[in-house]
Design a protein around this ligand. Sequence first.
Ligand code: PLP
Length: 382
Amino acid sequence: MSKVKYFDNAATTRLDEDLLPILKKYNVDNFYNPSALNRFSTQVALDIQKARERIANLIGAESREITFTSCGTEADNTAMFGALRGYRGNIVTSAAEHPAVYSAANFLKSKGVEVRYINLHNDGRANKESLSQLIDENTQYVSLMHVNNESGAINDIKTLCETTKKINPNCLFICDGVQAYGKIQVNVKNLNVDYYTASGHKINAPKGIGILCARNNVRFNPLIMGGGQESGLRSGTENIANIMAFARASQTIFDSMSNSSLKYNNIKNTMLEIVYENCNEFYVLAENDNCSPAILTLMFKDIKTEVLLHMVETEDFVFGTGSACSSSNKTGRVISALNVPNDYREGMVRISFDKYSTKEDAIEFALCLCKNVNNLRKTIRG
Ligand code: PLP
């Protein structure tokens, strides 16, 4: 069987097989309900506590500030709905947010909250001056992502948060950290955000686990009510196995972050050299200095990414298309927000790495990409 050479790790990552014993341990051996009073359950509850502390330590939070959720989307939704104080006033966000935030904002708009969209730089970063113009005394919160999932661009969250609080000290700041967590340095105390979110399946942990970190003693109304788990902030019997695996995966990825960054940048540069040599009429969406090392997004002129995707797929390569071309969304909302020239709009190739990415595969992929881009252009241009 041929080996898939996977470069869509911003969409999801392969599970780290070292986590399998943890998944077995907490699903088969120590399967107990942490809310029960028997000593086995109590031990499991203590293990969850340790996982919480471990994650909190990695991002400069207090363990009581971490709430486990089922995914990044739930964490983002919980922050956005839970932080809201009535359907009034306004919130500030951007048109480049992930649907987990963008759709929640649309829902709030339908309920009467004014949603203000910040201007963006061409790589997707939020414009600080625009933010200052949008915040007023009625702004309930700002919600901006740390790393853009399509371009890889890194928002300067510390400055954006500072700007927000300077204008309205009561305005809360929500940061969707799903693409940043484990890929770039994250210290929530230093960023001074009120809410920060992350997701397990982006860091080789299982799908179905995320966190919401709620800081500065901010409270939020729970989205899910029931048995009062997670201090009443997120009811539902805990997914212990996923929590424990997520904590371990977090430790692993934070411990190896500087080495991984070097490796990814090296792979990126090598790929870029190949593409510059073998292809023309393309550009890099976010420049290295402001970009997650784990993401490289190229925009190709006159290319339909979906066609390209299926062409390289025949050689077992997989890349990401972003919302430019997802099965349920053909409009390319983010791309439209980034002022991408018309003839480049449909040609987004998002390449994203994880610890299993190799330079050898990346070289092959870059060559395959160029070959197919050139062939495709020959066909359409004649
Ligand atoms: N936010 C961003 C920036 C993402 O990239 C994603 C997933 O792609 C999410 C939120 C949603 O996370 P999850 O898939 O865990 O619900």
